[in-house]
Write a protein that binds this ligand. Structure first.
Ligand code: PAF
Length: 284
């Protein structure tokens, strides 16, 4: 495994093409390993970057306590035959970084984490520029993030193939996340109810759609409001629960085919996000 720690080393093009960049903040878990597999399935060598990006944390967020487990991460990557790793030095990667503004600034996570996606898009842009990948892989758990990165590739006209990876879940349904490490195993079981609620909402929309045939005939607001109540009664604090057109992140229209059901909750002060995408085209 090729481990690169400076921009100077990178300038010698140490990675073999074609490779896919898998940007991470470390503390790797099965979800990340799946991203490597997606890269390989598409015939790209996986190159993982590990950088806890300070630009994407708000002043009251968990930057200081964000789990940093570099030795273990490297071991995991080695074991999983990762082609390369890029571990930038903070001062080097942030120097002269172009500050970018992310689209969808008034939607989902951007509403409650102002500036977060500007931080994400700026660092990912820099990572693209310094590593020059032929592809990149992002997980669907951060649904809004992957829309924003697709937008970045388009507007900057990068020749980078975008590969998206499905959400990887624990056997109980809990979406894997580094932040799950803040919870005890009992709490994680409790937190897995979030996925159960999303699945129930999905089922309800699916059943109504089969009867009504038009998404606008379904009272999505009432479904949403009911579930906000149900979920809060189970001890979760809702940040948002949204049912939107997955392409535009706008309110669903009758021509919306893929419906995003997205949630962010606080559980034991840990912010958890998850989503499901319901494809209506198979029912019309
Ligand atoms: O998804 C993440 O872990 C981060 O937002 C990313 C893409 C590595 C940028 O810092």
């Amino acid at each position: 495994m090729i481990v690169v720690k400076s921009l100077e080393e990178l300038s010698n093009n140490p990675f073999t093409s074609p490779f896919a960049l898998v940007p991470t903040m470390g503390n790797l878990h099965e979800g990340h390993i799946n991203l490597l597999e997606i890269a390989r399935e598409k015939n790209f060598l996986p190159v993982v970057s590990i950088f806890v990006n300070p630009l994407q944390f708000g002043p009251n967020e968990d930057l200081d306590k964000y789990p940093r487990t570099l030795d273990n991460d490297l071991e995991i990557l080695e074991k999983n035959n990762c082609h390369g790793v890029f571990i930038p030095q903070e001062n080097e990667i942030l120097k002269n970084i172009e500050p970018l503004e992310a689209p969808f600034a008034d939607k989902l996570c951007a509403k409650s984490r102002p500036g977060h996606f500007n931080g994400v898009i700026s660092i990912v842009n820099k990572l693209f520029q310094v590593t020059n990948p032929q592809a990149c892989v992002f997980g669907m758990k951060d649904f809004q993030q992957q829309l924003i990165i697709r937008h970045l590739i388009k507007t900057k006209q990068y020749e980078i193939q975008f590969l998206s990876a499905p959400v990887v879940r624990d056997t109980n349904g809990l979406a894997l996340s580094s932040r799950n490490n803040y919870l005890t195993s009992k709490e994680r079981t409790e937190a897995s109810k979030v996925f159960k609620f999303l699945s129930e909402i999905q089922e309800e929309i699916k059943l109504s759609f089969k009867k009504q045939k038009k998404i606008l005939l379904i009272d999505l607001d009432t479904i949403k409001d009911n579930y906000v109540q149900i979920i809060e009664n189970k001890g979760f604090k809702i940040d948002y629960l949204e049912i939107l057109d997955s392409k535009t992140l706008e309110i669903c229209q009758n021509n919306s085919t893929k419906i995003l059901i997205a949630i962010a909750v606080f559980y034991k002060q840990v912010r958890l996000i998850d989503n499901l995408v319901l494809d209506l085209s198979s029912f019309s």
